[in-house]
Design a protein around this ligand. Structure first.
Ligand code: AMP
Length: 590
């Protein structure tokens, strides 16, 4: 089989040899990957605009082609690609971005290729076979099951007949996924009707019910992003009695209204009074202990929990660990709707230190060096709001310890596309960089000269909420808002907490967070009073659930849901303000 210009094979040994070769010769493979992308697509409108009509790919060696490409095609954002994508969505069938017609788009209007072509096949080979150590470290049983909290959202057609949906929804609808679901090695608990049920509350209930019904067989608990697992077990705390009742009787409560889902779940259930009583007893004990160790107690054979736990999922680790006890947490790979990027080759690494090895045949990658103003001494740099940017570098030239923004050129027709993710190079696996995910680049909190990213906010909230460990409370979720409607403007941070925290502790939390913003602009503005004291608003239990419901109602999919860490959305702000139960101001500063 030839994939992305690289021969891939089906036997384990061949896959290892292939992978080692690709990693060893990362620079060369990158040039071959770029060459393949250009060979396939050089007669498209987009590439002809920048590379001209007369390009003869075969006349250029890979180094010359790479140099021509990076000097002629400009760095671009989604906005630069969007007019082309819109034309494709409207039915323009001429080759605009890719020679082969694009048939699927994500909700963010990003072209998607079927998973079984280039990236998907490669990812499958790398992630589900050696050299990924997962199976050696955590062997699962033949006939074992995965309790997977995954959800499709709606798909619809554009004017031009393209199918639009989230990337995961397209994947869950694919033949590859259906085959995987039925494979004996990774038998999931829930039938497809549950995943595609369309109502995430009903799907979560059924995932949990079937997870309990097959509890002894479950080897792995998984989701796309860790949020979905935490969300499911939080629901479990409220649903367990109902679930046990259904388990006992082999029935489904009236809440499950989708006939297809009902039928499919009922087909998997038989009355099981003894299991129901056993689970009920365990749940009573778990309730007493704040649901700590829920996973190993109810699913005693679980070997590991598998999900994206890095980046914006890190704030959920505390809750996840409470449920997971000593069960291993294995970080899933790093990718996006635009392209898969890197895989976790060391599954035993904890989420705090995990790295992702870039697979050089997934896409053609470039890296824009990002410096703080103090660090930079490069005359050719571009000064932006948040960082000073150096010249984009090919993958083979990145340096350990340096942060970069990822730029992609993909088989799906994105050219020098700024992904907006900030990563740091932690080392190399042979010639392939190992990346630590840092954050989305976008600034979220800013009043005047202050600039904070999602990562800055995450660190501040982590510091503030660590004081909650003095009490029996735990942070459930958070978001923020830069309030410019009053003078001086100031930051509002919303927390939903579980358990009880004294006002004196919450007061301290607000001060701790105010003092924890290290951005120079913020520090100066706070000292001069051009930014007012930080406001910590405690919202009532269930507020973030309402936010999730609102976002899902507006087309977001639970499988790819990320709580907005800062919002100017008036509906969300109204929900947050209506649900605020206490306010704390950080009056003392510096
Ligand atoms: P989506 O829009 O749902 O395709 O999400 C893609 C984005 O999720 C990426 O651009 C990253 O910002 C984030 N992401 C994906 N995988 C990871 C990961 N392993 N760690 C941290 N963030 C990730």
């Amino acid at each position: 089989m030839t994939v992305g210009g690289v021969a891939a094979a089906s036997g384990d040994q061949e896959i290892i040899a292939w992978f080692e070769g690709v990693a060893e010769n990362a620079g060369l493979v990158q040039r071959q990957t770029l060459r393949r992308i250009i060979e396939l697509n050089h007669s498209t409108e987009y590439l002809q605009k920048w590379l001209g009509r007369d390009l003869r790919v075969q006349d250029l060696d890979p180094v010359a082609l790479e140099s021509l490409f990076t000097s002629s095609v400009p760095l671009a954002t989604h906005a630069d690609h969007e007019p082309y994508i819109q034309r494709i969505a409207d039915g323009d069938t001429s080759p605009l971005l890719t020679q082969e017609p694009i048939t699927m788009l994500s909700l963010r209007l990003v072209p998607i290729v079927p998973v079984t072509s280039y990236n998907g096949t490669l990812k499958y080979l790398v992630c589900y076979s050696p050299p990924n150590e997962l199976h050696r470290l955590f062997p699962v049983r033949a006939g074992g099951r995965i309790l997977e909290f995954i959800y499709s959202s709606k798909q619809f057609q554009t004017k031009g007949g393209l199918t639009v949906g989230t990337a995961t929804t397209h994947y869950f609808a694919s033949e590859e996924f259906k085959t995987r679901q039925q494979s004996t090695e990774s038998f999931v608990c829930s039938p497809h009707e549950v995943i595609a049920g369309g109502d995430y509350n009903q799907s979560t209930y059924c995932h949990l019910l079937l997870g309990l019904a097959f509890c002894d067989q479950v080897d792995v608990i998984a989701s796309t992003f860790a949020y979905s697992i935490v969300q499911a077990f939080t629901s479990f705390e409220e649903l367990w009695e109902e679930l046990c009742e259904d388990l006992r009787e082999g029935t489904l409560g009236t809440k499950i209204t989708s006939p297809k889902m009902r039928r499919a779940v009922m087909d998997c259930l038989t009355p099981n009074p003894s299991l129901a009583s056993k689970i009920e007893k365990k749940c009573r004990e778990l309730e007493e202990s704040n649901w700590s160790n829920l996973i190993p107690k109810l699913w005693p054979n679980v070997k590991y929990i598998y999900s994206i736990m890095t980046g914006s999922m890190q704030p959920y680790l505390r809750q996840l660990r409470r449920y997971a006890g000593d069960s291993a947490l294995v970080c899933a790979d790093y990718g996006s709707t635009e392209s898969w990027i890197g895989v976790n080759l060391e599954p035993s690494d904890p989420p705090e230190t995990v790295t992702f090895t870039v697979i050089p045949s997934f896409s053609y990658f470039e890296f824009i060096p990002l410096y703080t103003r103090k660090e930079q001494d490069h005359s050719s740099s571009v000064v932006t709001d948040d960082f000073v940017e150096g010249e984009p570098l090919p993958l083979s030239q990145v340096k350990v310890g340096q942060q970069y923004e990822v730029v992609l050129t993909t088989f799906t027709g994105l050219y020098r596309y700024r992904l907006g993710d900030v990563v740091e190079v932690a080392g190399f696996y042979r010639g392939a960089p190992k990346l630590t995910f840092i954050c989305r680049r976008k600034l979220i909190l800013t009043v005047n000269i202050d600039k904070n990213t999602e990562r800055d906010l995450q660190i501040v909230v982590e510091k503030g909420s660590s004081l909650l460990s003095q009490t029996r409370a735990e942070l459930v979720d958070f978001t923020s808002h830069a309030d410019l409607a009053v003078h001086p403007g100031h930051y509002v941070i919303y927390w939903e907490i579980r358990g009880k925290a004294d006002d004196s502790v919450l007061n301290l939390c607000s001060r701790e967070m105010d003092a924890a913003f290290t951005d120079h602009g913020y520090v100066v503005s706070r000292k001069t009073g051009s930014i007012g004291p930080l406001e910590l608003r405690i919202v009532e239990s269930g507020t973030f659930r309402r936010i999730l419901d609102y976002c899902i109602g507006n087309g977001a999919a639970l499988s790819q849901f990320k709580t907005p860490r800062c919002t100017t959305n008036q509906v969300l702000l109204r929900i947050l303000d209506r649900c605020t139960v206490k306010i704390f101001w950080s009056t003392a500063y510096g």
